[in-house]
Design a binder for this molecule. Structure first.
Ligand code: NAG
Ligand code: NAG
Length: 529
């Protein structure tokens, strides 16, 4: 045979052998599987068990670290000490600050006997609300404040873009619609209505019912070309050109509105708190508690009659040197557009609580393999984990946290569902962060109460009961939050020598609309001077 022929014979033989082998293997291998697989599976399970034990251990260690960091400052004695330091900070800013502890013109609280119909206006970032409110006097049934009509007008992008006077024309035409309804209801043709305005943008108030418009922010162009003009005049000019028979009697900010609306119902009201995505508080203080320069230019008439004044605290800005933070808070703060600007707000409000948790979770994912080390969808986006989602963890009473799991996975889809101990981990850390928020809030309010008490010359033990009027999604809806804040407040009050329950938190529903109405009727009755 030639070598060439031998070569081809080999090729054919190889091919035949290989195909036989392949056929043989395809029969043999599957029959081997039931024998081999359990061996491998057992091995895999063993490795997984070991890994999971290590993981549980490191998760436990991590959870303990987080717990220690959040709980360390939340001891009654320490909070009491922080309150003392906050009182110093408040007093300092009451003497001189142009951005916090700002006195309004409001120097009386409602008696609760004011009566009449008022058109209340509430301009916020995304809605303009207008309400026809009847004040009936508290002696009657209910709380004496009645909404007869309320309408929400969405401030869409197009409206937000209306420049200067065009925005106020838009407002006036909505006011006109409400007047038509009022006249229809009241059986009148041209009733004259007093208006109160809750304005949640910066203004420099110049009297109870006037104020210079400052930069609005939040995407609004209403200040365009009219910055520094008088807000009341802008609204009234627009209303007059439509022949509307209205008069603007009061302009209030959100904190003052909340205080006034609750004071109408409950004469013990001396403070207010707004706690939602953001926060603020107001307090009723003796005029002498503030430095004279803080009042700017005011008529002698005002000083002649004013004994006390509603103060807009801008409480969110306090606490930088007082409230202890964790590394996650510090991380949030240093990545913030305005680091250090609102230290208290960054620790307690709805905008930030979820974000603090997100930062803890990201660390747990990368260091101890939470969620198998995989970042769920969108969890790596700043502020993507909402406080609302965290709230479902705290309210979930099911043994396997199914509601929380569903809420979490719908906001942040992931390949395999979170395990129960991972869900419990999130819930427990959420609880730590929200308890601390309640503690810091209680401390800040206690300090405000203590400053008020001492500036009135009252010993804490003699202080009569004070109501704090509360509004905002966080204080209203976050599970157990108000109850926890109250508990911390009670302890702090008794440490001060006052009775537990010396200060109580009460919800003031619809506070902007009611507050604007109450302010207008106080002014109409000559309370403004
Ligand atoms: C708070 O505690 C520190 C140290 O323990 C102490 O020096 C300080 O005086 C306390 N401050 C107040 C206001 O109680
Ligand atoms: C509503 O009608 C009553 C009686 O018809 C009238 O006395 C009252 O002044 C009207 N309201 C306003 C704001 O004009």
């Amino acid at each position: 045979m030639t070598s060439v022929a031998r070569y081809y014979l080999r090729l054919i033989f190889d091919f035949w052998i290989r195909s036989r082998l392949r056929r043989a293997m395809s029969v043999i291998l599957p029959s081997l599987v039931p024998i081999v697989q359990p061996v491998f599976q057992n091995e895999r399970k063993r490795v997984r068990d070991v890994a999971e034990r290590m993981y549980d251990k490191s998760m436990e260690t991590f959870a303990n670290e987080v717990q220690a960091a959040f709980e360390a400052p939340v001891k009654h004695e320490r909070l009491w000490n922080m309150s003392g330091k906050l009182q110093e900070e408040y007093k300092d800013k009451l003497r001189s600050s142009t951005i916090s502890m700002l006195p309004s013109y409001q120097h009386t609280l409602p008696t609760g006997s004011e009566q009449g119909d008022v058109l209340a206006l509430d301009v916020g970032g995304s809605t303009f609300r207008a309400g026809l409110i009847k004040l009936r006097g508290k002696a009657k049934d209910g709380d004496g404040l009645q909404v007869r009509r309320v309408r929400n007008f969405a401030i869409d992008e197009r409206t937000r873009q209306l420049p200067g006077r065009q925005f106020f024309d838009w407002m006036a035409s909505r006011i006109g619609e409400m007047l038509v309804e009022y006249n229809h209801m009241n059986g009148t043709t041209n009733a004259r209505l007093q208006m109160g305005l809750a304005w949640s943008f910066p203004i420099e108030q110049t009297s109870p019912s006037t104020g210079r418009l400052l930069k609005m922010g939040k995407g609004f162009r209403a200040g365009h070309g009219v910055e520094g003009a008088d807000l009341s005049e802008l609204i009234m000019t627009a209303c007059h050109s439509r022949g509307l028979n209205v008069e603007i009697c009061a302009i209030v900010n959100d904190g003052a509105a909340t205080l006034l609306s609750q004071a109408y119902r409950d004469p013990a009201t001396r403070m207010s708190l707004i706690l939602g995505t953001g926060m603020n508080a107001a307090v009723f203080l003796p005029v002498s508690a503030l430095g004279r320069d803080k009042y700017g230019k005011r008529s002698d008439n005002w000083y002649a009659v004013a004994e006390r004044v509603v103060v807009n605290t801008e409480l969110s800005m306090f606490g930088k040197q007082v409230l202890p933070t964790t590394k996650w808070d510090d991380d949030l703060n240093s990545n913030h557009r305005l680091p250090d600007f609102q230290p208290l707000e960054y620790l307690i409000t709805g905008r930030y609580l979820g974000e603090i948790l997100r930062l803890v979770m990201l660390e747990a994912i990368s260091t101890i393999g939470l969620f198998n080390g995989q970042i769920p969808e969108r969890l790596d986006e700043p502020y993507a984990f909402e406080t609302r989602t965290l709230a479902t963890f705290e309210s979930d009473r099911t043994s396997n946290l199914i509601d929380a799991s569903a809420a979490f996975r719908s906001a942040h889809p992931m390949r395999s569902p979170p395990k129960l101990h991972e869900l419990e981990f999130i819930r427990d850390i959420g609880r730590l962060a929200s308890r601390r928020a309640a503690a810091y809030l209680a401390t800040s309010l206690h300090a405000l109460w203590a400053v008020r008490t001492s500036s009135e010359g009252i010993e804490p033990g003699e202080a009569t009961h004070v109501t704090v009027a509360c509004d905002g999604s966080m204080i209203e809806k976050y599970p157990d939050f108000r109850q926890w804040t109250q508990r911390f407040l009670n302890r702090l009050c008794s440490l001060s020598g006052a009775s537990e329950g010396a200060v109580t938190l009460e919800l003031a529903p619809e506070s902007s609309i009611f507050g604007a109405a109450v302010a207008a009727s106080c002014m109409a009755e000559g309370g403004g001077a």
